[in-house]
Design a protein around this ligand. Structure first.
Ligand code: ARE
Ligand code: CA
Length: 574
């Protein structure tokens, strides 16, 4: 038995409550090392009581680890330990104080303990996220619905964007395309910032209480949200709280009054008077972005200011959540307060952090509900777009990602394959739409919220910022309508099949170019098989007999447990 790999602790993501009296338990072991795994448990205050025992089941496995899980039900208070039997029949008890050959008695002091399930500690992401499909809009580039509000120097729609180009897209433009979004089938929109700002991306906010007039006004925003809500589409705004814009009133006051400004400590000024070159004499985003002075969220006045903004837009126009810009550079203390304010204003508002790496520290339930899942994107780019890793490696990465978080968090993750900060997925595929389609099957059948970056659905391409922010293609002759229909098909499959939205996830096969997994819900299951390679293949899979393909990408041949896979083809078996 490889004891070094065996790990559990009585905390997220290894132990956490699912509800008032159910505790979810995860135990990690070395891959294929353990034959059977049991948990002994009893009420913490039943000192003399007998331990109950339950066998744990293998939920995920990759080249490094196996993960065993179970759910315990008792009256809130737990002590427990594990009993493991290895493939070589070695037997051992695993407790908080280590490994024992003998079964611990009631007098033992080293049990794992989950002392009490407090209602407040049970994590729920808003319920609607499980049914959600998000569509990201970069407002200047989506649709120009009102020429009268265009910036002066607006460029013709469709020209290649530079870092400062304006194209005149606006809120009316989004309103005009609600029908389009409905036809596609999405039910949430996330817009990059729309508050007053001199830039085209608007990440340097001048006024957090004013919609940029090139996009509309508060009334227009309200109209958009009301119309979206009538169509069962939720709306998420972008909260840029790490930094403000150079023109933000408080910073301007500091420039004018120096240390006498009552806002001087809203920022971190290194040297007076303030200068912007060669480097800013104050702390700024990415150190050199002088247009983006960093806000000191440790300052209670700054906290109050930003928290009021967060509350204001929920109450004023009824947004359904916030996406948090540069969320990983702001203190946890601030985000905990933020969560309280937001959830009080709207109990089912969603809080989505922008964190491009392992976001666990923000996802213990006290801060965010979700993040933009960039690690997901990175793995899909490598496996599907570039084919630089094989299915085994891909599965290892994906499993480690899943096991990092509570199940409820995984279900709320925004699983993107690209954004306004990345190269477009189709560009990463070198234009090979077929590769992108296989990635899409994975994305829409996986656990978590599928996320579409505007234009991906019609085959838009583009390199890094600003090229990934080209104007939306509305001319149907230039759209890839086959790809659009493929998106529609995947969205409706997800809507029609509860397994894909609420089901558990388990990898069934991961070798060379083939990945297969099962989604199971209420005794029904769907098996997804993706042959991400240009070779034909046949694999052996349990549980496929009697199932039929509901995707229709290729012809299906099942003989007993053997399924033949066409090259570059995916199957969704129900
Ligand atoms: C401008 C230029 C870019 C240049 C950048 C660097 O256009 O070509 O690379 O400056 O200074 C906004 C605009 C950008 C603008 C930027 C600065 O949208 O067009 O870029 O302001 O003026 C890190 C952060 C992450 C952040 C990215 C940009 O961790 O939070 O950098 N993303 C958000 C938004 C952006 C926005 C800002 C922050 C600023 O989503 O759109 O930019 O408000 C690796 C690292 C990441 C790193 C990433 C990109 O993946 O792991 O941590 O993200 O590279 O650098
Ligand atoms: Ca306009």
């Amino acid at each position: 038995m490889i004891r070094q790999a065996i790990y559990h602790k009585s905390d997220v993501p290894f132990a956490y409550p699912l509800n008032k009296d159910e505790l979810h338990i995860v135990l990690r072991t070395a891959s294929t090392d353990i034959k059977r795994c049991y948990i002994f448990y009893r009420d913490r205050y039943d000192w003399m009581g007998k331990f109950k025992v339950k066998e744990m089941f293998l939920t995920q496995s990759n080249e490094l680890f196996d993960y065993y899980v179970t759910t315990l039900k008792l009256n809130k208070k737990f002590v427990y330990f594990f009993y493991l039997i290895s493939m070589k029949d070695e037997r051992v008890y695993y407790t908080e104080s280590g490994f024992y050959e003998e079964k611990p008695e009631n007098s033992f002091h080293g049990f794992f303990q989950f002392p009490y399930i407090c209602d407040m500690d049970v994590f729920f992401a808003p319920k609607w996220t499980s049914d959600c499909i998000v569509y990201q809009i970069f407002p200047d580039r989506f649709n120009n619905g009102d020429k009268s509000n265009d910036p002066e120097n607006v460029r013709p729609w469709g020209e290649r964007p530079g870092p400062t180009t304006f194209f005149g897209g606006d809120i009316q433009g989004i309103i005009d395309k609600i029908e389009y979004l409905k036809e596609l089938g999405i039910n949430a929109i996330y817009m990059t910032p729309i508050f007053l700002s001199p830039s085209t991306h608007k990440y340097n906010t001048t006024d957090y209480y004013k919609i940029d007039p090139h996009f509309g006004d508060t009334q227009k925003a309200k109209e958009l949200i009301d119309k979206c809500h009538k169509n069962e589409i939720r709306v998420i705004f972008d909260a840029v709280f790490n930094h403000c814009g150079y023109d933000f009133f408080a910073f301007q006051d500091v420039i004018k009054n120096g240390k006498d400004s009552k806002y001087w400590d809203w920022f971190n000024v290194y040297e007076w008077p303030i200068k912007t070159t060669p480097l800013p004499s104050y702390e700024a985003f990415a150190d050199h972005e002088w247009r983006m002075p960093k806000l000191m969220t440790k300052n209670p006045d700054v906290q109050e200011y930003l928290l009021n903004v967060a509350e204001y837009w929920i109450k004023e126009v009824g947004i359904d959540g916030w996406r948090l810009d540069v969320a990983n550079e702001i203190d946890h203390h601030f985000w905990r307060k933020f969560r309280e304010i937001v959830k009080k204003a709207k109990h089912d508002a969603i809080i989505v952090g922008e964190v491009m790496h392992d976001a666990s520290p923000w996802l213990y339930g006290d801060q965010f509900d979700s993040v933009m899942n960039y690690p997901f994107k990175n793995a899909l780019v490598d496996f599907f777009a570039k084919r630089s890793i094989d299915a085994k490696r891909f599965n290892t990465i994906m499993t480690e990602q899943l096991m990092r978080h509570m199940d409820g968090v995984n279900r709320a993750m925004l699983n993107l394959i690209g954004s306004h900060d990345t190269e477009r997925f189709l560009t990463m595929c070198n234009g090979m739409v077929m590769r992108m389609k296989l990635a899409l099957v994975f994305q829409f059948a996986y656990i978590g919220v599928p996320y579409i970056y505007y234009g991906d659905e019609v085959g838009m391409v583009g390199g890094y910022d600003p090229d990934c922010r080209r104007c939306m293609i509305w001319d149907e002759e230039k759209q890839n309508l086959k790809l659009f229909n493929f998106y529609k098909r995947l969205i409706s499959l997800r809507k029609e099949n509860e397994e894909l939205r609420y089901g558990t996830y388990k990898t069934l096969y991961a070798k060379d170019g083939v990945i297969s997994f099962k989604r199971e819900y209420k005794g029904k299951s769907i098996i997804v098989i993706i042959n991400n390679s240009s070779k034909e293949n046949s694999i052996l899979l349990n549980g496929i007999q009697g199932k039929a393909d509901i995707l229709g990408m290729g012809k299906i041949k099942i003989r007993g447990k053997i399924i033949s896979l066409e090259p570059n083809c995916a199957y969704i078996l129900k």
